[in-house]
Design a protein around this ligand. Structure first.
Ligand SMILES: NC(=O)c1ccc[n+]([C@@H]2O[C@H](COP(=O)([O-])OP(=O)(O)OC[C@H]3O[C@@H](n4cnc5c(N)ncnc54)[C@H](O)[C@@H]3O)[C@@H](O)[C@H]2O)c1
Length: 396
């Protein structure tokens, strides 16, 4: 396939890169998913997904069978491609600082493979100004390429649906760049929205941070209502029923994962740490596990107790445990109780135990992640459920 490559996705075996690479292959492009993780590459080439992504498995097998898709660590594939999509991770560091050079470092390693007339599509969520920085880097190092910023806005677990159903924002500085990027996405996205790269960079960050603040708002409401002895789910029902202006009010719950928190911190750094609303949202969302433990301790002493946590992924029905607040909860409980047993049907972690072991041994149980499989379980011990899995409300 090497001479006929249309698209190389750098970070192509990741949570965002792989679904995109599969979907582009199934719309007719010849795609190489370039990655540095050999074990993921090997899995993917055997048609095995390295993570849970609904409906992606068959689509991957189709793309491989049609010979339109291959995963590889051979970066020379870039030289034959028309489009190079960059979608590597852009985490904040241990001091919550973003790394505006993360993308440049990846490009530097690949420098010898870029050729004139390619379109570089940045798709990672980036610190504002990174597209301009990348354009400058190419001008100085490999002139004659174009750059667009086309953010990914899917939610994990919904990629195969949302890559088709969501509009694609295309941050382009010229008609030529917009037209070229449009050709990449026109077979998938529901519509195309043109903006400048800077507008697109902010659009992506604001999208995530808006969501994070919404979750923080309901989490704070939940704590207020709970402290007042009121079930927040009943309040939410009263607010949102047949009332369009609040119909999208989310329920309370652990709000975490690899994107919302770190993108809020990216925006905090971007605004010279004057983003009071973002930092307040972080305190509320990150404080929720502590609040839950406090509520448990008002009812039981945890000393000498075995506590079970059901669900370790950062959200329901997926296996991604990155930045999951269930792990923060585990850490807090390990300090307060005798033993903490954790379970998750999807997460790959040797420390986890079965649901049955938790049912048999735990003195108290906390639902960390509302996986559907927990819906009809019966428990003989108290269960702290801020997700309303039982349908009995969220007063804890
Ligand atoms: N996960 C999401 O739901 C989501 C949604 C929208 C946007 N994003 C953004 O997308 C970006 C990627 O996130 P992700 O969750 O897919 O991360 P990920 O860690 O799952 O995937 C990144 C992939 O890049 C590979 N990689 C790292 N360095 C590389 C290199 N030098 N060359 C080739 N491959 C390399 C890794 O091995 C990994 O497979 C981030 O900027 C994130 O903020 C993520």
């Amino acid at each position: 396939m090497h001479e006929d490559i249309d698209v190389v996705v750098v970070g192509g075996c990741g949570h965002v890169g792989l679904p995109l690479a599969i979907v582009l292959a199934n719309t007719g492009f010849n795609v190489v998913a370039l990655d540095i993780d050999e074990s993921k590459i090997s899995q993917v080439n055997q048609g095995i997904l390295p993570f849970v992504e609904i409906d992606a498995s068959d689509a991957l097998k189709t793309a491989i069978a049609d010979k339109r898709f291959i995963a590889s660590s051979d970066a020379s594939a870039i030289t034959s491609a028309k489009y190079v999509v960059v979608v590597v991770g852009t985490p904040v560091d241990e001091h919550l600082n973003p790394d505006p050079e993360a993308i440049i470092h990846v490009l530097q390693d690949l420098r010898e493979y870029f050729v004139q007339d390619q379109l570089i599509v940045l798709r990672s969520t980036v610190y504002p100004g990174v597209t301009r920085r990348v354009e400058r880097w190419f001008n100085e190092n490999v002139p004659g390429l174009s750059v667009a910023f086309c953010p990914e806005r899917i939610a994990e677990g919904k990629a195969m649906e949302e890559l088709y159903s969501l509009p694609q924002i295309i941050g382009a500085r010229s008609d030529e760049v917009f037209d070229s990027a449009s050709k990449l996405f026109q077979g998938t996205a529901s519509s195309l929205i043109r903006s400048t790269p800077e507008e697109a960079e902010l659009a992506k960050l604001f999208t995530n941070v808006w969501r994070y603040i919404k979750f923080a708002t309901v989490n704070q409401f939940f704590m207020m209502a709970n402290d007042f002895g009121v079930d927040f789910e009943k309040v939410r029902h009263a607010i949102s029923t047949d009332y369009p202006r609040a119909s999208d009010m989310p329920s309370a719950g652990f709000s975490a994962g690899p994107c919302l928190f770190k993108d809020t911190m990216q925006l905090g750094a971007f605004s010279n740490n004057t983003f009071a609303l973002g930092h307040a949202a972080m305190l509320v969302n990150e404080g929720l596990p502590l609040y839950v433990v406090e509520q448990i301790e008002k009812k039981f002493s945890l000393e000498g107790k075995t506590i079970g946590i059901l669900g370790m992924a950062f959200k329901a029905n997926i296996d991604d445990e990155r930045s999951s607040l269930s792990y923060k909860l585990r850490k807090i409980l390990m300090f307060r109780g005798e033993e903490v047993l954790c379970s998750d049907p999807y997460v790959n972690d040797a420390r986890l135990v079965s649901i049955e072991e938790i049912q048999a041994r735990a003195d108290v149980i906390v639902i960390g992640t509302p996986h559907d499989v927990y819906k009809n379980l019966e428990f003989k011990v108290p269960v702290f459920d801020l997700w309303n899995m039982s349908g009995n409300g969220v007063l804890i």
